[in-house]
Design a protein around this ligand. Structure first.
Ligand SMILES: *[C@@H]1O[C@H](CO)[C@@H](O)[C@H](O)[C@H]1NC(C)=O
Ligand SMILES: *[C@@H]1O[C@H](CO)[C@@H](O)[C@H](O)[C@H]1NC(C)=O
Ligand SMILES: *[C@@H]1O[C@H](CO)[C@@H](O)[C@H](O)[C@H]1NC(C)=O
Ligand SMILES: *[C@@H]1O[C@H](CO)[C@@H](O)[C@H](O)[C@H]1NC(C)=O
Length: 576
């Protein structure tokens, strides 16, 4: 089984298993039983099948079950341990048998067993000196607030890790190394039309065949070395090589080393400094904080809707500069590891019908007290009906890009239409600075209509033990921000920012470039500042129907096993 370790680099191994790594997918499990499979890493193949009510997984991990203590896999909001719905196979201490547990981890506390146990071990791993093979099942929708539903057509952020150790379970396992854990972005519940070529892909192919598809690789230089720290964030600014307006229609990650954890591209609204240099991201430029796109392992090409593209170029409403942010894990602190990861950006001069627009929502009135034992919720920021009434058309929402710094805890943008809150525009219940990225609206067909109000709120961690001084708005990671950069189309020409003052009911509803223009009276006359009435509304109350009714309380002995295993489990993911 030695060959299982000499698979191609992570990037290739993470491609759908129909590609190059069939040796891992379907090595031990059949495609008849599990029509879907993805290699999460060179050492873990995840197989799965869906029926009307359940998703059933088959794990084949390249670790001898005879040495395995526990194996955990699950779904997290954006790839981190915060807010992760974790399914864990673990030994019963002092006993050769296994149990499967349904857990959830919230912010800085260790994962705890759900009061509803919704995962069930079907076949435990047989003893083996080669691999670990087991299957388990879970309802697609449990309606437990500690579980994420498996959503059709959505890509889920999966995390996994395993611990080896004394198989009798007497001694606790050691902490997993970088190769014993990871994250991946996977569509678990494919659209029923998955075999039909998507019209978005067809459109890009047509551009390519007619020689109208250009590419630009925004990558770190080949001289870049991964820092000797366990976790680092490096940033580099690029000028896009276009001298007239073009549209970005697709992008994909270029992965150069297995230490790459994830990547984000931010759009800049002005020319950044340090072009071409690789710098620590500690002080991100405010003008380069509009989240455009992200990559995590497993995420393949992302294609934009056929009706729209990101406008790039020197024009006013186009991005000419971008910031590339790379997050590395280097647990062993290995030296001299080069990495020139980045993105391949596909763009065209054949302009699409619409530009993708970015609407900046959020709050600039940030005051988080130091030494506070409580979470700090900023006053909700209202983008009032009085502002959206100026939109000449509906905005088709692509994604939300919440942006806070290291104190960020959660954020939401709620949508109110005619006195009724509708399905949330965006929800980040477990924000993590290390895992920024695009959050899709709850409703895949979300639109912002003229006259809607959007209420955006950020909540920050208790500062006790972290900082004694108050924290306010600023660019450094020691300062804070509260933004939601909503990407949508067609782009509005006259409005890109809708931010209100929490002290008076006045909203700024205009272009960023007008923020500093004139005194209030002039700004009101020009219509940049508009008084508004606070919206009153009936809150959204979702109805959930479980796909299967299975609720079992965890047994007493399971609770004991859990308490023994979690400290380590939490420690290793928190470092990820
Ligand atoms: C779906 O699969 C699960 C797990 O194998 C099984 O318990 C359930 O009965 C199946 N449901 C249907 C509708 O086939
Ligand atoms: C091992 O643990 C399982 C689950 O708690 C229990 O059912 C079984 O009886 C135990 N076996 C031994 C030999 O203790
Ligand atoms: C599947 O394809 C049909 C025909 O092209 C289309 O009408 C339908 O919306 C597609 N469904 C999904 C879920 O994409
Ligand atoms: C954010 O956290 C606060 C404090 O725990 C909580 O009251 C609120 O419901 C959370 N909001 C979201 C959107 O998760």
């Amino acid at each position: 089984m030695q060959h299982r370790r000499t698979l191609p680099l992570l990037a290739t191994a993470l491609a759908a298993c129909t590609a190059t790594n069939a040796a891992v997918c379907y090595n031990q499990l059949s495609a008849a039983q599990f029509p879907n499979c993805a290699a999460l890493s060179p050492s873990v193949a995840l197989h799965w099948a869906l029926n009307a009510s359940h998703i059933t997984f088959g794990v084949d991990a390249d670790v001898p079950s005879n040495a395995l203590y526990w194996f955990a896999i699950g779904i997290s909001e954006m790839g981190g341990m915060f807010g992760a719905d974790v399914w864990m196979l673990t030994r019963v201490p002092g006993n050769q048998s296994y149990v499967m547990m349904d857990l959830f981890s919230t912010t800085t506390v260790r994962p705890v067993p759900d009061s509803e146990q919704d995962v069930f071990l079907l076949t435990p791993p047989p003893p083996s000196n080669i691999n670990t093979l087991f299957t388990f099942t879970r309802p697609i929708e449990t309606c437990d607030t500690s579980d994420y539903p498996i959503i059709q057509g959505r890509s889920h952020h999966m995390i996994w890790a395993y611990g080896q150790g004394d198989p009798t379970g007497v001694a606790l396992p050691h902490r997993p190394s970088d190769s014993d854990r990871g994250n991946a972005q996977i569509v678990l519940f494919p659209n029923s039309n998955a075999s039909v070529e998507l019209k978005e892909d067809v459109a890009v192919k047509e551009l390519e065949e007619s020689n109208n598809l250009l590419t630009f690789d925004a990558r770190f230089p080949s001289t870049n070395l991964i820092p000797l720290r366990e976790t680092s964030y490096l940033c580099s600014n690029f000028q896009l090589p276009v001298y007239s307006k073009h549209h970005i229609v697709q992008y994909e990650g270029i992965v150069d080393s297995s230490h790459l954890h994830h990547m984000v591209v931010f759009g800049c609204t002005s020319k950044p400094t340090n072009l071409g240099q690789v710098v620590d991201c500690a002080s991100m430029q405010l003008d380069c904080s509009q989240i455009m796109f992200m990559w995590a392992p497993g995420k393949g090409k992302t294609v934009l809707p056929i009706e729209a593209g990101y406008a790039i170029g020197p024009d006013q409403d186009s991005f000419e500069y971008i910031t590339l942010q790379l997050h590395y894990n280097n647990q062993q602190r290995s030296s001299n590891i080069p990495d020139s990861s980045g993105f391949r950006i596909y763009y065209t001069s054949k302009l699409r019908a619409n530009d993708v627009g970015t609407l900046t929502l959020g709050s600039r009135d940030i005051h988080i007290p130091g030494n506070s034992n409580d979470y700090t919720a900023l006053k909700p920021n209202i983008c009032p009906s009085e502002c959206t009434s100026k939109f000449p058309h509906d905005l088709v929402v692509i994604s939300n890009g919440f942006h806070m710094h290291t104190l960020g805890f959660n954020a939401s943008s709620r949508l109110v239409r005619q006195g009724q809150e509708i399905s949330p525009l965006g929800l980040r219940q477990y924000y993590n600075f290390g895992f920024q990225g695009n959050t899709l609206p709850a409703d895949a067909q979300a639109v912002i209509k003229p006259g809607d109000a959007i209420i955006t709120q950020c909540v920050y961690l208790p500062t006790a033990g972290l900082r004694s001084q108050p924290t306010t708005l600023g660019e450094s990671t020691q300062d804070e921000m509260c933004y939601n950069f909503v990407t949508y189309y067609p782009a509005l020409k006259a409005i890109d920012t809708c931010i209100s003052s929490s002290k008076q009911n006045i909203a700024f509803c205009s272009l960023k470039q007008n923020v500093g223009l004139g005194i209030s009276v002039q700004a009101v006359q020009k219509g940049f500042l508009i008084p508004y009435a606070s919206p009153s509304f009936v809150p959204y109350s979702p109805v959930c129907t479980p796909s299967a009714q299975v609720v079992v309380a965890p047994s007493q002995s399971d609770a004991v096993i859990l308490s023994q295993t979690f400290l380590l489990f939490a420690a290793m993911f928190l470092a990820a």
